[in-house]
Structures are given as structure tokens and as C-alpha cells.
Design a protein around this ligand. Structure first.
Ligand SMILES: Cc1cc2nc3c(=O)[nH]c(=O)nc-3n(C[C@H](O)[C@H](O)[C@H](O)COP(=O)(O)OP(=O)(O)OC[C@H]3O[C@@H](n4cnc5c(N)ncnc54)[C@H](O)[C@@H]3O)c2cc1C
Length: 381
């Protein structure tokens, strides 16, 4: 009897997830599997390419395997070495403590989308334009004119969304100088078992293998470089190719996209894990600088934390304030320091002479590099 009541109560609570990247897909799957009704709004259709280095820290493997979400079938590539180069081409090679795997978002997100459909997540391909909390209920409005209500909303809409503006989040008032560019390519020159981070003036380029013998080539740089050199190929020739490793790889690679994927206005400004009662997961709660290579691990980890707390809270009678407080505490304890350390490192890797110095220092004192890596990476969960 008590059990029946509990199951009914659980089913009655409606969770809406906005955004179907890693954070949104995984939190939906976990909640639906616990009998909670979930509707997910994703504005794009799967499969899709995303600007991302596609190197996933192994800290996620126990979680994925425990939940039958490790995409073995997609043949992820194991990566156990780190190769760092300075703008002038000085190289540092080191083993990775925990390591990671390479898998394209095109394949991984689509595979998770299929798991979510199987589990019973209800998808709407639509953009949420407004989400207003009033009298203990959320009212969500979409671009196509749908109106929907929800008891709990998970904001998993990534680094920047039009929804951030309508929610009046403070970081949307700032302009950000970074752009991200990504390719898939075949290459004989790139490292086969390493995640490489090749630095250049005002940026860095990550290169590592993904499935099917392809390489991900993804870089972050200052927007003014693009303005100054007029085009992406022009900027690559004038700025990136000053690093001899990048010049060799770019000039010999066989690029597989007609044109690169590009994103603008990438922000590492601190955000809040809860805003207007919306529980934020993944980049919506805060984005770690890409040079650390573990934004995806954080997206998955925050999705796990959040869905467990929502489930527990619903089981115990649903107390919104308690849910928000416990999530904020858990999120801050797990991620705030890591994001701050990554922001500091991001500044270091912006200026050419500092990067040169940092690579030389890390080469001379290997424990320093290991310490920097530890500060931005989490433990297996
Ligand atoms: C240049 C670069 C390189 C990176 N390299 C790495 C790397 O090698 N390893 C790593 O671990 N991390 C890397 N990251 C970070 C990683 O990509 C992110 O941390 C990760 O994608 C976050 O996942 P998410 O689910 O929070 O957001 P996303 O994957 O961005 O998903 C958000 C989703 O929300 C949807 N959406 C947005 N607004 C709305 C709306 N209003 N309505 C409906 N849908 C909406 C979007 O279409 C999108 O599908 C990199 C990031 C950048 C910029």
C-alpha cells in the first residue's frame, strides 16, 4: 500500500529537462529509469557534431558501466599519454594518471539519445524560450508556441543559450573573446595514443583520436585573431602554424568536414548551479576551460549527482528548498575549486611567453605538471 502510494507520487512529479547534450541525456535516462516522468527539449536533431575536443576522462567509466551506459560498441579509443607543446614547438611528454578515451560527440550523444528513447524519455525537438517559476510550478514556453508546466526543471542547455538571456543570468551581460573551431581528419603525423595540447599565441589546439581511425582537431583562440586575419584558413596559417607541430599536422591531414564547426563567445565566467529554482547541470552550471579536457566528465558527474538528489527528494515527499540547498552544496564541493584552478590555467596559456615558460618549467619539474593535472581533474565516480 505504502509502496503503491510512493510509486504514484513519483509518477505524478513531472521533470522537464532543457537541453539534450551529455548532462541532459544522462540525467533524463537516470530519472526515467527510476520511474519519474521526464520530458526533454532539445532544439537540434541527432546525430550532430559539436565543438568539443572529444577526449573523455576515464573518471566517468565506473559510473557509465554501473549504469549500462558505457558505449563499448562504438569502439572508443584508449588514451594514456599527454603531449604538450609550447608555441615555439618545445615538447613535453608524460603518462596520464587516469587516462581517458576518445569518442566523437556525433556518435556518443546519438547513442545516449537512443538509450534515452529506449528508457522512455519523451523528446520534443524544440527550443525552450522562457521558463518562469510561479506559485511553485514552472511554466515553459517554446519557440513553436508550446506551453508546458513542470514541478522540476533541469537546465542542461550548455555553455550559452538564448534561455540564459531570458533568465537574466549575469554572465550574459559580459562579452567573451574566445572562439572554438573543430575538425575531424585523418593524419599520419598526429600522436596515436596521446591527447596532444599544442599551444600557440592566444590559444591552444587539442588533437586526439576518436573512433574509426579519425582524429579530432579542436582549438580555442581569441576572436580578434579571426578579425585580424580575415578567415579561418588565414588565421590558421598566420597564428597556429607558428607552432611547427601544428603546421605539419594541418598541412598533411586529410580533413573530413566541408567546413569546420565553429562557436563563438565561449565563457568561463562563474555561474550558479541553481538559478530561479532551475537546477543546472553540465556547462549550464559552470564551464571548465577546455584545456583541462574534462568538461564532459563534469557534465556526466553533475547529471548523476542531480538525478540522485531529485529521486531521493521525491521519495521523501518533495521539499524544493532542501533539494536546491543540497544540490548547491554538492555541486560546490565537487566542482567549484576545479573550475577556479582551470580559469587560472586558462590565463597562463593565453600569453605566448607565459606558455613557453610553463612548458619549460613543467619539463624541468615533472611533479609540477602532475600537480596541475590533479587540481583540475576529479577522481573516478
Ligand atoms: C573548444 C572546446 C573544446 C572542448 N574539449 C573538451 C574535451 O576534449 N573534453 C571534455 O571533456 N570537454 C571538452 N569541452 C567541454 C565539453 O564540450 C562540455 O563541457 C560539454 O559538452 C558539456 O555538456 P552539456 O551537456 O552541459 O552541454 P552541451 O553538450 O553543450 O549540450 C547542451 C544542449 O542544449 C541544447 N540547447 C541549448 N539551449 C536550448 C534551449 N533553449 N532549448 C532546447 N535545447 C537547448 C543545445 O542544442 C545542446 O544540444 C570542450 C569545449 C570547448 C568549447
Amino acid at each position: 500500500m505504502v509502496r503503491t502510494f510512493f510509486v504514484l507520487f513519483t509518477l505524478m512529479k513531472r521533470v522537464v529537462v532543457i537541453g539534450g547534450g551529455l548532462a541532459g541525456l544522462v540525467s533524463s535516462i537516470l530519472l526515467v529509469r527510476k520511474g519519474i516522468s521526464v520530458i526533454l527539449f532539445e532544439e537540434k536533431s541527432y546525430p550532430l557534431h559539436r565543438v568539443c575536443g572529444e577526449y573523455i576522462s576515464n573518471e566517468v567509466i565506473p559510473f557509465l558501466k554501473r549504469n549500462d551506459l558505457y558505449p563499448e560498441k562504438l569502439e572508443p579509443i584508449s588514451i594514456s599519454r599527454f603531449h604538450l607543446t609550447s608555441p615555439s614547438g618545445v615538447s613535453l611528454n608524460m603518462p596520464l594518471d587516469l587516462g581517458g578515451f576518445g569518442l566523437s560527440r556525433y556518435a556518443f550523444d546519438h547513442w545516449l539519445y537512443e538509450r534515452a528513447l529506449e528508457a522512455g524519455v519523451k523528446f520534443y525537438q524544440d527550443r525552450a524560450t522562457h521558463c518562469v517559476f510561479d506559485q511553485d510550478i514552472f511554466n515553459i514556453q517554446t519557440r513553436s508556441g508550446q506551453h508546458l508546466s513542470a514541478d522540476v526543471v533541469i537546465g542542461a542547455f550548455g555553455k550559452k543559450s538564448t534561455l540564459d538571456k531570458s533568465l537574466d543570468r549575469t554572465f550574459t551581460y559580459k562579452r567573451y573573446p574566445y572562439i572554438g573551431v573543430k575538425y575531424h581528419a585523418r593524419s599520419h603525423e598526429a600522436d596515436h595514443d596521446a591527447i596532444a595540447l599544442h599551444n600557440f599565441r592566444d590559444g591552444y589546439c587539442g588533437i586526439s583520436r576518436v573512433e574509426d581511425g579519425k582524429f579530432n582537431i579542436c582549438y580555442l583562440t581569441a576572436r580578434y585573431n579571426l578579425r585580424k586575419h580575415g578567415s579561418i584558413p588565414g588565421m590558421e596559417e598566420e597564428v597556429l602554424f607558428k607552432n611547427p607541430h601544428l603546421k605539419k599536422i594541418f598541412e598533411t591531414a586529410d580533413f573530413l568536414f566541408e567546413k569546420p564547426e565553429v562557436i563563438n563567445e565561449i565563457s568561463f565566467f562563474p555561474k550558479e548551479p541553481v538559478h530561479d529554482h532551475i537546477l543546472m547541470a553540465g556547462d549550464s552550471a559552470g564551464m571548465i576551460a577546455p584545456l583541462c579536457g574534462n568538461g564532459m566528465a563534469i557534465a556526466l558527474h553533475s547529471a548523476m549527482m542531480l538525478s540522485e538528489l531529485i529521486q531521493l527528494n521525491i521519495e521523501n515527499g518533495f521539499d524544493r528548498q532542501k533539494l536546491e540547498e543540497s544540490y548547491q552544496i554538492a555541486w560546490n564541493a565537487a566542482f567549484r575549486k576545479r573550475l577556479q584552478s582551470a580559469r587560472n590555467m586558462q590565463h597562463l596559456f593565453g600569453a605566448a611567453y607565459l606558455t613557453e615558460l610553463a612548458v619549460l618549467l613543467n619539463k624541468a619539474i615533472p611533479p609540477l605538471a602532475a600537480m596541475l593535472m590533479k587540481r583540475t581533474h576529479g577522481l573516478a565516480f
